[in-house]
Design a protein around this ligand. Sequence first.
Ligand code: BG6
Length: 514
Amino acid sequence: MSEPAPGITRFEARRPQTGGAEPPQPCVMVIFGASGDLTRRELVPSLFELALQGLLPDPFAVVGYARRDIGDEGFRSAMRDAVREHGSFDEDTWKRLESCLFYVSGNFDDGPDGAYATLKDRVEEVRTAHGVPDNVFFHLATPPGFFTNIVERLEACGLARSDGGWRRLVVEKPFGSDRASSRALDGHIRAVFDEEQVYRIDHFLGKETVQNMLVFRFANPSFEPIWNRNYVDHVQITVAEDIGIGTRGSFYEETGVVRDMVQNHLLQLLCMVAIEPPGRFDAAALRDETVKVLQAAQLSPFDPEHDAVRGQYGPGTGKKGSVRGYREEENVDPSSPVPTYGALRLTLDNWRWAGVPFYLRTGKRLQRKLTEVSIQFRPTPHLMFPTGRDNPECHLLTFRLQPHEGILQQFVAKEPGPSLTLRPVTMNFGYAEAFGIEEPPRAYAWLLLDVMEGDQRLFARADWIYEAWSIVDRLVGHWEDHQPRDFPNYAAGTWGPAEGDRLLAREGRAWRAV
Ligand code: BG6
């Protein structure tokens, strides 16, 4: 990337810090579910990545809490393996991080005088030994059924309060299983923590390209004037995964694709495309605007029969050969009605977007991993060139989240030669070419840093969660009342059920060919 011209702002590589966030503060992170998958796959590798970049606060400590009795040494050795497996490794950095890791074993529903009292003592001991001020955040990386228990125990054992420092609570998804249960869960949490202390995490918001959608729209003047119903034909949001449900059968049987992916990740992406420009880049302004997007979606009519398609994968082909169908997966009911694919057509009832369809689709065991948001612009009103018809694929702007994060703009160009032949071409912004990085940093790393900085911009506020549930409750309720008769209806390794294509085809559109 060339040096910026004089007078042009060089944006901070990490992300624009314009919202009054504080630097990461020395603190203790308490991980509930420390022997679980999320801690291994994301949390500790992210801390390691922050340590590698010199971004972890100093002093800093982690106290893991889980049922298995593995002790500090067992925890450290498991985390060392996890970090080696999930990213680049550096022995010196690891040694420094390792010396900050501690572990307490206990049940999540132990009484406040049992393991929670031990946890409290351990946090105190670690703080004193490492000179950490009384700042503690609790990361709930457990099955959601334990959230309420843990919060109540934290209050009862006295860990939830501090006189001189701060307490913060990070909650993983799914936050409830419908609007009513998310409100009930919030009630329990808010009896102990204020909204300003609660960080409802959605790792999609930490992805570089998702944040770049905001920068692209609001730091560049050229697209905003055409970002509306007059110029946009429709929007497509695809979050396709080639993996199945792996070892998460019991979780998935409870959750299904809509609660797992649509209620959070896909609706967050929708908000990033459709949001009005906030006056300031701070948590209140940004989150006010995202809530308004969901309110506009709720105002709009939605008929689950007509505007949504569900699917479940059967046996087929994965990356490494034949794979089994969903109903044959471990801990899955052999006649399970749970969908692994969902496609929806939503509209937003507001001035900017009235009449513009937003097509959302996501699924497991699809042909390949692909996450992207495409804005399809309307064709030119009159094509003066005699050669051929206007091709809608030519007026496309795509935010690619994975793989190969970047932004792609398709437009029409003249093919070199004596005749006037029009060809779609692509302008491509990729992180590798522009910033010299092959792999963008882990979303979780940025979000954990935000928690340490007290920055809630990229975390869902309670009212957003309620609105998101209201949108998907209409769909999930309908699907649960009307059992599917054709499951499994797509083979693993395909792009999902044919009905998913018809959702667009009946309106003369098609999913972007990839
Ligand atoms: C998680 C879902 O939130 O997101 C998983 O629970 C899904 O089912 C994952 O696989 C996808 O995340 P990413 O970052 O790999 O697209």
